[in-house]
Design a protein around this ligand. Sequence first.
Ligand SMILES: *Cc1c(COP(=O)(O)O)cnc(C)c1O
Length: 359
Amino acid sequence: MSGTAAQGPRLRPTLDGIPTYKPGKPAGADAYKLSSNENPYPPLPGVLEAAVTAAGSFNRYPDMAVTGLTEELSRRFGVPVEHIATGCGSVGVAQSLILAAAGPGDEVIFAWRSFEAYPIITQVAGATPVPVPLTDGEAHDLDAMLAAITERTRLIFVCNPNNPTGAVIHRAELERFLDAVPAEVLVVVDEAYIEFIRDAEVPNGLDLYRDRPNVCVLRTFSKAYGLAGLRVGFAVAHEPVATALRKTAVPFGVSQLAQDAAVASLRAEDALLERVESLVAERARVLAGLREQGWTVVDSQANFVWLRLGERTVDFAAACAAAGVVVRPFPGEGVRVSIGETAGNDIFLAAAEAFRKEF
Ligand SMILES: *Cc1c(COP(=O)(O)O)cnc(C)c1O
């Protein structure tokens, strides 16, 4: 035996190149956490009760088929139950999608910068990430993404609106893209922030998937619905893809708490969407405030705004932290700031103004 105990077990070399997921910094006791795009409001009463009731039987495994939630989603969105696959957050579903479609030697295309999980889950599956730079307007460069398709492409992520820039893709543009992608390549339209969109030109992925067997829509309960801590998301796709997802998913990956709270959330949608509406109003206020201060910011259709700060990114994030708001820096690129409670947004605006005056 040439291996020694000191070397430890041999792990897959592909892991060496994988950036570890950096979660939003936990905010200190008196700081506002504007770093993870969470819903700042506490759970709605009915939703909390549903979770508490479900907690009474957590000695049992959850319903593996996620029957109640799947049926509720089917009714709510007018899609067959066979087209729905749930998972441990939509990141869990995205990982199952890659495991279903791509392995070593295969390529996964996504815009960059986009959601940090895309390159990680691609490499965990042993596939090759193909990041395609954003346009100067911080949006997906769909022509460049088309040009990046090769015989090895198995999956393309389209994040609409894009995390972390908030930029959107309009209907005509996305349809043209989907029509040009080869039918054997799976296109995953990640709509984690769809409830925050107010631009009527942005398509609903559910209208696009129906005639396109290679399109899969990804949704989550973590953002607008405020269930980030419970981990539940879902995909809507044609049967072969949805069936494959059930095979690659971690068994029992969605707890009964999450299942029941998600059902209760869908039933309390009016109250939830009212909260979303006030976050959308705050987003407009924050964007207007930043522009008044002289910042150049692209429009955002999500629950965050993006400041391209380049070399000043880390200093800006430190200044915000000192002022009492935790934001999300991407060193050398920019800062993503979630829209939170009015008081937190005010502190952020004041910090941004003070920073601008100093530079
Ligand atoms: C937050 C986010 C998700 C959702 O992740 P969950 O695992 O459902 O919490 C998915 N996609 C994007 C682009 C996101 O920003």
